[in-house]
Design a binder for this molecule. Structure first.
Ligand SMILES: Nc1ncnc2c1ncn2[C@@H]1O[C@H](COP(=O)(O)OP(=O)(O)OP(=O)(O)O)[C@@H](O)[C@H]1O
Ligand SMILES: O=C(O)c1ccc[n+]([C@@H]2O[C@H](COP(=O)([O-])O)[C@@H](O)[C@H]2O)c1
Length: 191
């Protein structure tokens, strides 16, 4: 079983994440892609970060009955902030027969050497890198042996943009699944 992992805050999950994850799960050698909801990204401070249970619930709503996608709350029980190498190690111990592949945007790859023990991530795991518009291209993709570039379609949308739209009372229709938009509306989130 080859599992792609897309780590993030998902505050909230949006169509950009879903399009990418579904493409990776159905157009590469990955059997499935799991969204790993991070309670606290080590590099991001935000006063609009919702409780992790709300973010997890929205990811579950977004996936619905899609058999190719999954969600993990593994980082909820781990020390914060959430370091990816620790999570990968934990997952590999829990599922010894699975191969875990890290999915990462080209924008993140440029800053990857600042991640905790990034060499260990590369030693023990493959990384699938996809293009991000506006990101500086990096030659790390070709230099690092375990890194594979996947030319996935990418939408230019972010959770920050969606939160701003909601706060300003603008429509977010088509930016997130209807179920997620309804959850945000009912619970008056991001206002
Ligand atoms: N539109 C998108 N297309 C593809 N990947 C994306 C997109 N937006 C974010 N990602 C990637 O998905 C992962 C999780 O993203 P994250 O939760 O940080 O979302 P975000 O939209 O970038 O959030 P924010 O705007 O709050 O920083 C990260 O690896 C991020 O680079
Ligand atoms: O392990 C690290 O050192 C590390 C440093 C920066 C980011 N990450 C993880 O990368 C994921 C996506 O990051 P971001 O910045 O795109 O939101 C998120 O789940 C973070 O926990 C991990």
């Amino acid at each position: 079983m080859k599992v792609g992992l897309l780590f993030g805050s998902f505050n909230p999950i949006h169509v950009g994440h879903l399009l990418l994850a579904n493409y990776m799960a159905t157009n590469t050698d990955l059997n499935t892609v799991w969204f790993v909801v991070s309670p606290q990204n080590p590099f991001k401070q935000s006063n609009t970060l919702l409780h992790e249970f709300d973010r997890l619930h929205m990811v579950s709503l977004a996936i619905g009955d899609n058999p190719d996608l999954g969600v993990s709350n593994i980082e909820f029980q781990m020390p914060k902030p959430s370091y990816t190498i620790d999570t990968l190690t934990y997952l590999q111990e829990k599922y010894p027969s699975y191969e875990f592949v890290l999915i990462m945007g080209e924008d993140n790859l440029a800053g990857f050497p600042k991640w905790k023990n990034y060499e260990s991530i590369l030693n023990y795991h493959r990384v699938y890198v996809y293009p991000r518009s506006g990101s500086a291209t990096t030659d790390l993709t070709t230099r690092l042996p375990n890194v594979t570039f996947v030319k996935a379609p990418v939408l230019d949308i972010s959770a920050t943009f969606i939160r701003d739209c909601i706060r300003q009372g603008k429509s977010v229709r088509y930016m997130l699944p209807d179920e997620v938009a309804a959850y945000i509306k009912v619970h008056k989130l991001y206002l």
